[in-house]
Write a protein that binds this ligand. Structure first.
Ligand SMILES: NC(=O)c1ccc[n+]([C@@H]2O[C@H](COP(=O)([O-])OP(=O)(O)OC[C@H]3O[C@@H](n4cnc5c(N)ncnc54)[C@H](OP(=O)(O)O)[C@@H]3O)[C@@H](O)[C@H]2O)c1
Length: 248
């Protein structure tokens, strides 16, 4: 398994959840991976250790993607450590659910700063290093299609991610850099556990509405991202792949 041999990837928010699974999947296909974290150094170190134990290459790099200098430093670490950059996975994201009357400026800025501004800053920083054949994968959300109540701010950030994916596919296409999005349905991660979703009515409802009959696991998304990172998907750009076991 070496579809990504000699490639170098940055995965933001790879200390846990979907990002950790993506980092491990890319490394299993031969990519050297920058495992970014914001606060969970131990989580990122564990992901790096697992990759190295399996014979892969990875380094943990801290940094807040919502700050331009830190986003640049995360990306530059790939070039400094591994000599190049081919794949950027914009996975870092925060979610906080509130009905209209409970939305605050703080919640708005926190979610838009990480999910939208951070994605743009990281992509801007990475684009300086990316060459022909590079692949950028943005993690969006099914929330932009099923528009669940109390998700106005979060779904708003992911609607922006959908639009940005299309725009940047246009802007970077002439450089032969592809930009796609994977939009997961409910995935069991640390963040979702913390948000109280697991064991709630929302989980039950999701399973009921999912043709494949379960919620997702991080590796369900990681394999799709790995496909988009590889040359197997060379004719795809500007796409949003909904990855939700058939839920719509
Ligand atoms: N889980 C789902 O059901 C689901 C569904 C659809 C879409 N998504 C999207 O999938 C992505 C990952 O979700 P998840 O459930 O795996 O989340 P998670 O378990 O909460 O992990 C979030 C990751 O993002 C990182 N992060 C947060 N703020 C950051 C910042 N300012 N700079 C850099 N990294 C930052 C965290 O780093 P630290 O831990 O180091 O702070 C962590 O590694 C998000 O974009 C989310 O919106 C998730």
């Amino acid at each position: 398994m070496s579809k990504l041999k000699d490639k170098v990837a940055v995965v933001t928010g790879a200390s846990k959840g979907i990002g950790a699974a993506i980092a491990k999947s890319l490394a299993a296909e031969g990519a050297s991976v920058v495992v970014n974290y914001a606060s969970s150094r131990a989580g990122a170190d564990k992901v790096v250790a697992e990759i190295e134990a399996a014979g892969g290459k990875a380094v943990a790099v801290g940094g807040d993607i919502a700050k331009a200098a830190e986003a640049q430093a995360i990306v530059d670490a790939a070039v400094e450590r591994f000599g190049r950059l081919d794949i950027l996975v914009n996975n870092s994201g925060v979610y906080e659910f509130a009905p209209l009357e409970a939305i605050t400026e703080e919640q708005f800025h926190r979610q838009f700063n990480v999910n939208v501004l951070g994605l743009l800053l990281t992509t801007q920083a990475a684009a300086k290093h990316l060459g022909e054949g590079a692949s950028i994968i943005n993690i969006g959300s099914l929330a932009t299609r099923i528009v669940p109540p109390a998700s106005a701010v979060y779904a708003g950030t992911k609607g922006a991610v959908d639009a940005i994916t299309g725009v940047l596919a246009q802007e970077l296409g002439p450089r032969k850099i592809r930009v796609n999005a994977v939009n997961p349905g409910l995935i069991e991660t640390e963040g979702v556990h913390t948000a109280g979703v697991i064991g709630s009515d929302l989980e039950t409802l999701t399973v009921t509405k999912t043709p494949l009959g379960r919620i997702g696991q991080p590796k369900d998304i990681a394999s799709i991202v790995t496909f988009l990172a590889s040359d197997d998907s060379y004719w795809l750009t500007g796409e949003q792949l909904v990855a939700a076991g058939g839920m719509r």
